[in-house]
Design a protein around this ligand. Structure first.
Ligand code: HEM
Length: 153
């Protein structure tokens, strides 16, 4: 059976991934800002995430806002990234860097740590991490296609 949002909002009869159920389960925009703050703080602090951190600018404020805005629309809430920054394709955008499985696991591990720090329903925590794996894997695929030798496009 699909996990159901338990957040007392209009969405509480909808499974995650339907309407804005996931956005509400994440605590709306304030919840997402909190999640993304924790995510980048962990990336900054964890020695094992140093290679991932090095790809990012020294000042993470813009990165924080962009990821928060993206996750808002991606989880069925307001499409803030499109409104503020325009359209984005996660795989093609990330293909500018050579992203391998290890970097993707590093990203997902910081996200797993950040998710664990939130007051989420356990079913939503599991759902969110599983869903994030999909664009992370697509980013790896697009990056490897672009960076494999003999194909510098
Ligand atoms: C697979 C591992 C990933 C790596 C190594 C990675 C790395 C990066 C880097 C280096 C930036 C640039 C930061 C900046 O200039 O502010 C970035 C931006 C971004 N990433 Fe990722 N990322 C990964 C996965 C993801 C996933 C899974 C998502 C979405 C769910 C995502 C969403 C974004 C967004 C929305 C931006 C801002 C785009 C922009 O500047 O217009 N990333 N990422």
């Amino acid at each position: 059976m699909a996990p159901f949002a338990q957040n007392g909002s209009m969405s509480d009869t909808l499974p995650y991934g339907t309407g804005d159920a996931s956005y509400q389960a994440a605590g709306g925009i304030d919840g997402l800002r909190h999640l993304v703050d924790d995510f980048y703080r962990l990336m900054d602090e964890r020695a094992e995430a140093a290679a991932l951190r090095a790809l990012h600018p020294a000042d993470l404020s813009a990165s924080r806002d962009k990821l928060t805005c993206f996750l808002s629309g991606w989880l069925g809430g307001p499409r803030l990234f499109a409104e503020k920054y325009g359209s984005i394709s996660i795989p093609s955008f990330h293909a500018q860097w050579p992203i391998d499985e290890a970097l993707a696991e590093s990203w997902l591990s910081c996200m797993a740590g950040a998710i664990a720090l939130q007051d989420y329903e356990p079913a939503f925590a599991d759902y969110l991490l599983a869903q994030l794996r999909v664009p992370a894997q697509r980013a790896v695929q697009a990056s490897q296609n672009r960076h494999k030798s003999g194909n510098p496009t």
